[in-house]
Write a protein that binds this ligand. Structure first.
Ligand code: ADP
Length: 617
């Protein structure tokens, strides 16, 4: 796809890239200045990499050159350039990193924007970061001149107008690093004024770990905030630091400064973001903690420092216990890392517990945003499970809509004779309120937890018990109903025979048929056997695998219901009545339908029509 012309090679952008460029060029931004943040952040990354390389590479070009970022502007000619003495790029890096959409999830993100008919607004730029190509908010053509740090590397010039193609040519470049220059668009002329540039750097890039010069003057306060004493930190400054780290436009929900000395030594500044990312449960897009060793940057997104379920936490961790030339493999196996991780988990959970106790609104904001991720810890972090259980919040059958209770709240409201904690999983409150299995509990004033988050069906059963009380799904058969109701009628022989007919008709479809103690308004319900997954869980399994075989349910029958007493009458007059047979199948499939698990709707409708025909004869 390339074409040589006097040493200039031309390349076509791929379709996805064209789409991204098109969106950037045709959207209106209230903050075009983020282009500067993106360029400085790339320069800073490149400098970090070279600082790291310097530790081992004795042949590095310009080894003693200052690691810095230099910005030049010309307000007469509307020119802008930014230069770093960082790691530089070779030809294939220019093609693959700059000429291609590298970041995973970009396409899904663009699709989503299109489907939601949203434009790439400031907040989304903040969350997503369009990176280098944000320059096309302020210019029509950009030039990159770059050279890597080996003595035999070549200087390269990359040119793009953000249309269909870009070009690369070899140039004579003496020093290591990258210079990006362009002429500002008419609408972006303000970025050639030093006051404006100074203001933007202070706003977005004040904490960059390398000096940023505008002309001769240094603009940023190079400052490792986390090295200060907790008492010397002021919230506005810390909030600015958060915005810098996370590309967020908003203040964090909260932060914690950690200074640990002893068995392991480290300082950390951690943040809980104010909002969840668009795709909370997807792993790839999250950048969580930056790792430093004695103020030297080591890794941008250190996955080993936090368990997966806490990856929403942002911040910086700096430890003097890590070797300077630490590699990824070493980070994974280092004992210090394991200890730091343990302390971080403890500190984060204690910050959250503190909010849960003393700042309920803040905690609920957090929980509504990150609850689904936090709950995953119930299945993976057994050491912290007790703490995590205390952090869970639920809607309940007796509590007003939307207000949340903890398990502790629930237990404090339990009736004296109630021995177990009850819950039901489902899609939303209003469908749970109509679930037949809730009837008994409503009638007897027993509170039931409503679990409406899709991850609940997977995570909550792991809890098992709380405060020595078994936690049970009311969708299941092993519930101690008489303990609360006090009555236990023995069955008359007609009822026994009727249950027998149900078993005969349903055969292998159900595990068993019982007289129900839990129904008041409905004729029948299906519950799961003791060791089987409940209805919501099965529904989720089925969406993941359409061949998933449902477990055999237990059918419970409300012998006092008029429909069932009518069926008894039919049975007495004709025990092999086709209508009786059809009605039994129909109530069974009706119960499947309520659970969202009916696979044969057309048979169901046909049978319904037969029954109606019979009834209207
Ligand atoms: P991101 O920084 O999010 O990866 P960008 O589009 O901003 O996305 O940059 C893409 C890649 O191009 C970077 O990851 C880096 O490898 C390379 N790059 C960009 N700017 C520079 C620079 N100044 N020096 C060296 N490499 C750079």
């Amino acid at each position: 796809m390339s074409q040589e012309n006097k040493g200039i090679e031309k390349f076509e952008y791929k379709a996805q890239m064209k789409q991204l460029l098109n969106i950037i060029a045709h959207s209106l931004y209230t903050h075009p200045e983020v282009f500067l943040r993106e360029l400085i952040s790339n320069a800073s990354d490149a400098l970090n990499k070279v600082r790291f390389q310097k530790l081992t590479d004795t042949n590095l070009l310009d080894k003693d050159k200052e690691l810095a970022i230099k910005i030049s502007i010309d307000s007469e000619k509307d020119l802008f350039s930014i230069e770093d003495s960082g790691i530089g790029m070779n030809k294939s890096e220019l093609i693959n990193n700059i000429g291609t959409v590298a970041r995973s999830g970009t396409m899904e993100f663009l699709e989503k924007l299109k489907n939601d008919k949203k434009s790439l607004d400031d907040n989304l730029i903040g969350q997503f970061g369009v990176g280098f190509y944000s320059v096309f908010m302020v210019t029509d053509e950009v030039v990159i001149e770059t050279r890597q740090g080996s003595l035999d590397s070549k200087g390269l010039r990359f040119k793009s107008s953000g249309q269909g193609s870009f070009s690369i040519e070899e140039i004579d470049k003496k020093d290591r690093g990258t210079k990006i220059s362009f002429k500002l668009k008419e609408s972006a002329k303000e970025f050639s004024h030093s006051e404006k540039i100074t203001e933007i750097i202070k706003k977005y890039s004040n904490f960059v770990d390398f000096p940023i010069f505008l002309g001769e003057g240094k603009i940023n306060t190079v400052n490792a905030l986390w090295q200060k004493n907790s008492a010397d930190l002021n919230t506005p400054e810390v909030n600015e630091f958060y915005k810098f780290l996370s590309n967020d436009f908003n203040d964090p929900l909260g932060f914690k400064h950690i200074n640990i000395e002893g068995d392991v030594n480290f300082k950390a500044l951690i943040f809980i973001p104010p909002t969840a990312p668009l795709d909370l449960l997807r792993v790839e897009n999250e950048k969580s903690l930056q790792l430093y060793s004695n103020k030297i940057f080591i890794q941008a997104d250190c996955k080993e420092l936090l368990p997966d379920y806490l990856r929403f936490v942002k911040g910086v961790v700096d430890s003097e216990d890590l070797p300077l030339n630490i590699s990824r493999e070493v980070t994974q196996s280092s004992a210090a890392m394991g200890k730091i991780k343990k302390v971080l988990v403890r500190e984060i959970l204690s910050l959250l517990s503190q909010w849960a106790l003393s700042d309920k609104d803040k905690y609920e904001t957090f929980y509504n945003n990150f609850g689904p991720l936090l709950k995953i810890g119930l299945n993976s972090d057994f050491a912290s499970r007790d703490k995590l259980v205390e952090l869970l919040r639920f809607q309940t059958s007796l509590n007003p809509k939307m207000s949340l209770s903890s398990l502790k709240d629930y237990v404090s409201r339990m009736r004296q004779d109630q021995k177990e904690i009850y819950y039901i999983c489902g899609e939303d409150r209003s469908s749970l309120e109509k679930n037949p299995n809730l009837e008994y509990f409503t009638k007897n004033g027993i509170e039931v937890l409503f679990l409406t988050d899709p991850v609940d069906a997977f995570t909550f059963p792991a809890v098992g018990e709380y405060d020595k009380k078994a936690i049970k799904s009311i969708d299941k058969s092993d519930i101690d109903l008489k303990a609360a109701s006090g009555e236990d009628k023995s069955l008359d022989s007609l009822s026994k025979s009727l249950l027998g007919v149900f078993k005969e008709v349903l055969k292998e479809k159900v595990g068993d048929v019982f007289a129900s103690k839990r129904l008041t308004d409905s004729a029948v319900t299906l519950v799961a056997a003791k060791d089987a997954p409940d209805a919501q869980m099965e529904k989720i399994m089925k969406t993941m695998n359409k061949d998933y075989a449902l477990s055999k349910k237990i059918m419970e029958i409300n012998l006092d219901h008029p429909l069932i007493t009518n069926l008894s009458k039919i049975y007495l007059s004709d025990s092999s009545s086709p209508l009786l047979h059809n009605c039994i199948l129909q109530v069974y499939e009706g119960a499947l339908l309520i659970d969202g698990n009916l696979n044969t709707p057309s048979e169901f409708i046909k049978r319904m029509n037969d029954i109606m025909e019979e009834a209207t004869k």
